[in-house]
Design a protein around this ligand. Structure first.
Ligand SMILES: Cc1ncc(COP(=O)(O)O)c(C=O)c1O
Length: 391
């Protein structure tokens, strides 16, 4: 990548991203290819967006077909493709109603508004320690990770944090004044932390008793990433509100809030809206994604290869106990907790043409496209092993 490229980025963009110095020309399957033809294995997947990898024919064809019909309609009208998408995702998730957004944080905002409308302004909305729910003001008020909030106070009031997986703290904080609990059943940004079954059982027991809402943030975990349609499916529970985004639009901007039970009827015309939310082209791409993931045996690939991947990483952990503290996750949402900052490992992997992400300072976050094969995983494992040898 020429220096000029990065200099121009600095010249024209607000300083919000620490860009990786690679200039990609195109993507194909699980690979990204640079302008000079170097091929990278992408186990970053656009941070859990590119579930079907790059240049997937089903997504491309669906987009092309919809573009030739219409790209946008005002919300005074509804398009067949929007209804088909809503019906499909409601069916897969077991939810009943849908509102379509452009992004994850917008789905969280919609959920906060919906909960406030039903429960009133004074009750407390909880989220969990280490949570990440987005960067707009409502979502930020539920995000625990301090670095994202610093400098942006005051945030909307009447929110609080329950310590992740701490049943005592849960029992202490939940009261009749609780409006809702937002939860990532497996935390992504926070370091691939799985909620314990005991914690979830207690949370739902309290909800049944008190009647607050449980909003499952499946923006990163959803649409098959963990080997089940949604991470909550691993726990045999049913949230009241479900939030999806990222992979659901096949790389185009799309998100959704899904509801059931009393939450279906909180909004009335004018309560909420979005000019672009649920764009027909995004919905066409999203429908192709849902068909590819749920009408084929892709999920069994994720389960089988995810188990293999995690087991092999645990074998590597045995060889490098001084560097690897923990290997965890489900399906294709995997965290390797290192005993040091993981940015060096990410940089070394990149030198070996492998892309992965580092989160919460020391957790190597591995999010392969759901189409990744055992051969792709073996390539990652070999290069990870080689990288650890150089530390
Ligand atoms: C769990 C979770 N919630 C919310 C968001 C925010 O989504 P978006 O970046 O689409 O606004 C993210 C994004 O990383 C996320 O991982």
């Amino acid at each position: 990548m020429s220096d000029d490229f990065l200099t121009r980025e600095k010249q024209f963009f607000l300083n919000t991203y620490d860009r990786i110095p690679l200039n990609f020309s195109y993507g194909e399957g699980v690979h990204l290819i640079t302008e000079n033809g170097t091929k990278y294995l992408d186990f970053f997947s656009g941070l859990a967006v590119n579930a079907l990898g790059y240049n997937h024919p089903a997504i491309n064809n669906a987009i092309k077909k919809q573009i030739e019909r219409f790209i946008h309609l005002s919300n005074y009208f509804v398009a067949d493709v929007q209804i088909m998408f809503a019906q499909k995702i409601a069916g897969i998730s077991g939810m009943s109603k849908v509102f379509l957004t452009n992004s994850g944080t917008e789905a969280v905002e919609a959920a906060v508004k919906l909960i406030r409308k039903i429960k009133g302004p004074d009750k407390t909305i909880f989220s969990l320690s280490h949570s990440f729910h987005g960067r707009t003001y409502g979502a930020l008020s539920l995000t625990d990770r301090g670095k994202y909030k610093a400098g942006f106070q005051p945030l909307p009031p009447n929110t609080d944090i329950i310590i992740f997986n701490d049943i005592n703290d849960l029992q202490k904080k939940i009261t009749s004044n609780t409006a809702a609990v937002f939860i990532e059943f497996i935390q992504g940004e926070g370091g691939i932390n799985e909620a314990s079954k005991d914690f979830i059982n207690k949370l739902f027991e309290l909800k049944d008793h008190i009647g607050f809402a449980i909003a499952a943030d499946e923006i990163q975990t959803g649409i098959g990433r963990t080997g089940e349609p949604f991470a909550f499916n691993h726990y045999n529970v049913e949230p009241d509100i479900l939030l999806v985004a990222k992979s659901v639009g096949g790389g185009l901007p799309l998100g959704a809030i899904l509801t059931k039970r009393e939450y279906d009827n909180a909004f009335t015309p004018g309560s909420h809206g979005s000019t672009f939310g649920g764009n027909p082209v995004s919905c066409a791409a999203g429908l192709a994604v849902l068909n590819e993931i749920f009408e084929t045996d892709l999920l069994s690939n994720v389960n089988r290869n995810g188990k293999y991947f995690i087991n092999q990483l645990k074998e590597i952990q045995k060889m490098f106990p001084e560097y690897i503290k923990d290997v965890r996750g489900k399906g294709f949402m995997i965290g390797v907790e290192l005993s040091r900052d993981c940015s060096t490992v990410v940089t070394e992997l990149r030198k070996r043409n492998v892309l992965a992400n580092c989160t919460n300072e020391c957790v190597l976050r591995i999010l392969p496209p759901l189409i990744a094969t055992k051969t792709d995983i073996d390539f990652f494992l070999y290069n990870f092993h080689e990288t650890l040898k150089t530390l």
